[in-house]
Ligand binder design. Structure first.
Ligand SMILES: NC(=O)c1ccc[n+]([C@@H]2O[C@H](COP(=O)([O-])OP(=O)(O)OC[C@H]3O[C@@H](n4cnc5c(N)ncnc54)[C@H](O)[C@@H]3O)[C@@H](O)[C@H]2O)c1
Ligand SMILES: O=C(O)C(=O)C[C@@H](O)[C@H](O)[C@H](O)COP(=O)(O)O
Ligand SMILES: [Zn+2]
Length: 364
């Protein structure tokens, strides 16, 4: 049996679940035992991931379920919308699959978010399991139950909070991940340092080269520590009434970049990386953090091969895009700012200061 790290996420009403992390977990029969009983399972994946891992997963699931279907969606952030969601629902309804059917999201965050949303709405809710195959999905999107699709006017604007039954993060699936996607995943790993764990930020700085060269033990620790931090935050504030917003550090500008450019041109992790640099700068301009913090974070993000210079969409366009951010209230844009290393909070920022910051970074 492969070495497995298990992180527990504690939620109200006995909805706790496990995040299992390790090499070879896809092949491990125990990964798929003890899930809700059902006649059928459906693997949802995409054109890139399905040929790599779907057959292996299907074989394992056939030991548990009489029937295992596969729905293969087109690949890409631009396909995280109604059409793909309908494809999943069309299959479930077309095959008359019952409300016990278990969905398995096999892929990155795009597949995970859409499969979770389909699970939330099909017959008002069927169980689902996250099988994340990107670094980003293993450290972030598979955990915590945010499910969604994009709308042309805003990122993740249609969705539900709906928790998976279990998360199975097989580190071996990262072997086939393109370098650009690995770096994008590192953006969300880096995020956890400034918002929640100063020591983890130092660890990332010290281990960045090993992460980039895909040292399995180092990657495993990054996944585990990230999941621990996220599980702790989500356990305290599942539906983002307050604390959970810290996980959105870098996302106010990040999401504006993604939707402003049309989904898919910048990867989510790339947009978040750049958004974190600007949010760090805003933290300084608001008098919360010293200038050397901004330099430190920017240096790390650059070392990770991630972008730090935002696209020049113009200040008005950025403001327009950010006013539909889910954290905005009564038209006021709110940012997650760093208050001390390892501590963050939600702050209203005057438009003039946002414009000044955008201009300083060549975005306006
Ligand atoms: N729900 C959440 O809490 C949460 C958190 C962070 C991000 N997200 C969402 O996640 C999405 C980004 O996720 P992502 O970065 O995983 O992108 P992604 O799902 O688009 O996957 C990235 C690319 O890698 C490919 N891929 C996946 N696994 C692979 C593997 N093992 N080998 C080779 N190729 C592989 C995919 O086909 C895709 O081309 C965004 O939509 C973002 O909004 C959600
Ligand atoms: O889990 C969360 O909460 C997060 O904010 C994690 C983010 O990395 C993620 O991109 C999330 O989907 C953004 O949430 P949204 O509510 O701003 O759409
Ligand atoms: Zn994110």
């Amino acid at each position: 049996m492969p070495a497995t790290d298990t992180v527990h996420i504690h939620l109200s009403d006995d909805r706790n679940y496990e995040i299992r992390i390790g090499s070879g977990l896809l092949n491990e029969p125990a990964s798929w035992q003890g899930l809700p009983k059902a006649a059928a399972a459906v693997i949802v994946s995409n054109e890139t991931v399905a040929p790599l891992y779907a057959e292996r997963l299907r074989e394992r699931l056939l030991a548990v379920y009489k029937r295992v279907d596969l729905v293969v969606l087109p690949d890409g952030e631009q396909h995280k919308g109604w059409e793909s969601l309908n494809r999943i629902c069309d299959h479930l309804l077309g095959e008359a699959l019952d409300r016990k059917t278990v969905l398995f999201a096999l892929g990155g965050g795009v597949i995970g978010d859409m499969t979770g949303f389909a699970a939330a709405i099909y017959m008002r809710g069927v169980p689902f399991v996250q099988v994340p195959t990107t670094l980003l999905a293993q450290v972030d999107s598979s955990v915590g139950g945010k499910t969604a699709i994009n709308h042309p006017l805003g990122k993740n604007m249609l969705g539900a909070f709906y928790q998976p039954e279990r998360v199975i993060a097989d580190l071996d699936t990262l072997d086939t991940l393109p370098d650009r996607e690995l770096r994008a995943g590192l953006a969300e790993v880096i995020k956890y340092g400034p918002i929640a764990d100063a020591a983890f930020l130092c660890w990332i700085e010290d281990n960045l080269d090993a992460l980039l060269s895909r040292d399995k033990a180092v990657l495993g620790y990054a996944v585990r520590r990230s999941c621990e931090i996220k599980a702790d935050v989500v356990g305290q504030d599942e539906k983002e009434q307050g604390l959970r917003a810290i996980l959105n550090f870098g996302h106010t500008i990040g999401h504006a970049i993604e939707s402003g450019l049309g989904y898919g041109e910048w990867l989510h992790g790339e947009a978040v990386a750049c958004g974190m640099v600007l949010a760090a700068d805003l933290s300084q301009r608001m008098g919360l953090m010293p200038a050397d913090f901004v330099e430190r974070l920017q240096t790390l993000i650059e070392r990770a091969g991630l972008p730090v210079k935002p696209p020049r969409l113009g200040a008005d366009r950025y403001l327009q895009l950010m006013r539909v951010d889910k954290k905005a209230e009564a038209g006021a844009i709110r940012f997650v700012l760093i208050e001390a290393l390892g501590q963050a909070g939600l702050h209203s920022v005057p438009d003039a200061l946002i414009v000044e910051t955008l201009a300083a970074h060549g975005a306006a």
